[in-house]
Design a protein around this ligand. Structure first.
Ligand SMILES: [Zn+2]
Length: 264
């Protein structure tokens, strides 16, 4: 039994040699690279670690059956949710979608898509069903327009903080010169994020599918800039983001229910 000897493990699904470095396992048995890649197409809540060999074999058969949709897929629209947020990719003409821009990604058909919604934290902004797209009135713009006094308070706190910091530095220097002991006072830095009216946009998708019950994406809400917190620039960025998300909702409707009305 040498280093390259005959004790190489075989993938329990396809009998090809199993991957030897940090392999994905099913029932403790290492998979080959190709089957491990298929395992990565399972949703987060149906991890291959919790499946039996037979259950996973059924999934690989399902995934292989999806190949014709994968090769037919032509991307007509894509939305990127930021660096680690992932992407959604649509083919409006064939009414298909996938949760990644990679050609190996599982492709879903319109019949798999039950509904979707776009949220601001937990508040509905857009909701798409077979009956149509509903656009909700958001409370965010008004909340932002009323932030004037709070922004003034933040700027006051920030000026005060900077003065305190300056004074602290001076006292420390003086103490150093006279070799007295000096302990810095702690002043909390005013937090600009306190002004943020909400944290995140979410896209939530509900599916009718043997493996995927749904999917969720998140994208950070606009930020205030601490040296110049401006209502106008916040609202400009907010309008731009919600405009892009509205376009995403319209594009998703083209897959879910083309020609369905838009209301609200
Ligand atoms: Zn395999």
């Amino acid at each position: 039994m040498g280093l390259f000897g005959g004790n190489k493990k075989l993938c329990p699904i396809c009998q090809n040699p199993a991957a030897w470095m940090l392999p994905t396992k099913v029932e403790g048995q290492p998979l080959c690279g190709s089957c491990a890649k298929k395992a990565s197409q399972l949703p987060d809540n149906r991890n291959v670690k919790n499946m039996t060999v037979e259950e996973f074999r059924a999934f690989t058969t399902f995934y292989d059956g999806n190949a014709s949709l994968r090769s037919a897929f032509r991307e007509s629209y894509r939305y990127d949710f930021g660096i680690f947020g992932g992407s959604i990719s649509l083919d409006a003409r064939r009414r298909l979608l996938r949760f990644s821009t990679e050609d190996s990604a599982l492709v879903f058909e319109a019949s798999n898509l039950r509904s979707f919604c776009v949220l601001e934290d937990s508040d509905l902004l857009f909701e798409g069903t077979k009956d149509g797209l509903f656009c909700y009135q958001s409370a965010i713009p008004d909340r932002v327009r009323n932030l004037g006094p709070e922004i003034d308070r933040f700027l006051r706190d920030q000026r005060q903080y900077e003065q305190m910091e300056q004074m602290d530095k001076m006292l420390k220097k003086k103490a150093g010169e006279t070799s007295e002991s000096y302990s810095s006072n702690y002043y909390p830095r005013p937090d600009i994020d306190r002004l943020k009216p909400f944290e995140k946009f979410y896209l939530r998708i509900e599916l009718d599918h043997p493996y995927w019950s749904g999917n969720e994406y998140a994208q950070g809400a606009p930020d205030f800039i601490s040296f110049d917190p401006s209502i106008t620039s916040y609202l400009r960025e907010y309008e731009m983001k919600t405009g892009e998300l509205h376009e995403l909702a319209v594009q998703l409707m083209a897959v879910l229910s083309p020609g369905a009305p838009e209301r609200g």
